[in-house]
Design a protein around this ligand. Structure first.
Ligand code: F6R
Length: 239
């Protein structure tokens, strides 16, 4: 894992954006795996700014998001589809037909998982996958467990994640109890991964990753097995 320690959130977002922009310039039809949450917002702002300046274009880019709550309507302002529209897709020159998020309205979530995995395969996996990390070490919604799941699947949210994510909802009761998420294998189909970690509250999870441990109790530690991971983190997440 290549480690890039940044002074603060602004620098982390800029450096991560420069990484993604360079990949977009190398391959205009990039398949970009995306995450939601608070961490990548600065990255999406920077990518928007670079697009507006004419330095990059999303015209040929395809995006594939890590996860979505289940069940949830895309019109719900807490859905990850809504988040992506607001924070990136509606601000850049991407063709929305080429933006994929698991379908939170699917009748059969297990079948939706299979459909989404087939889509990832059809795209040949992400060229670059953006990841954040949960305080408990989750990536996507792959929560700490005795065993992790390979492919895109429906999963129960842990109490820890429900609590952490309730800050975005009117109350904890409104947080959906399930999610559709890429599995560890779906994430590993990415050729390159960038992991963004901001803030002292991620310190413990990140320390376990950087110790080189491999444990399903901290799913992000499995990233130690991937051949091309770049970590962009803030100083306070490592010191
Ligand atoms: C979001 C996702 C999650 C977040 C993680 C960190 O698509 O997959 O794993 O990356 O929960 O969230 P923030 O960035 O809000 O701390």
């Amino acid at each position: 894992m290549q480690v890039i320690v940044c002074r603060d959130y602004a620098e982390m977002s800029k450096k991560a954006a420069a990484f993604v922009a360079a990949e977009m310039k190398k391959k205009p039809a990039l398949v970009l795996g995306l995450a939601t949450g608070s961490t990548p917002v600065g990255l999406y702002d920077e990518l928007t700014a670079l697009t507006k300046k004419g330095e990059i274009t999303f015209k040929q880019v395809t995006t594939v998001n890590l996860d979505e709550y289940y069940p949830i309507d895309p019109a719900n302002d807490q859905s990850y589809r809504y988040f992506m529209n607001e924070n990136l897709f509606d601000r850049v020159d991407i063709d929305k037909k080429n933006t994929y998020v698991p379908d939170g309205t699917a009748k059969d979530p297990a079948a939706e998982g299979k459909r989404y995995e087939a889509l990832i395969d059809r795209l040949g996996g992400a060229d670059v996958q953006v990841l954040g990390i949960g305080q408990n070490g989750h990536i996507g919604f792959n929560e700490p467990a005795d065993a992790l799941v390979l492919d895109t699947h429906v999963t129960d949210l842990t109490e820890n994640t429900i609590k952490a994510n309730s800050r975005f909802f009117a109350s904890e009761n409104e947080v959906p109890r399930q999610a559709l998420t890429m599995g560890m294998g779906s994430i590993f189909k990415a050729k390159k991964i960038i992991l963004l970690v901001n803030g002292a509250n991620k310190k413990q999870a990140l320390a376990t990753v950087l110790s080189g441990a491999l444990t399903t109790a901290v799913p992000a530690t499995l990233l130690n097995l991937h051949p091309d991971v770049t970590l962009f983190c803030t100083e306070d997440a490592v010191k």
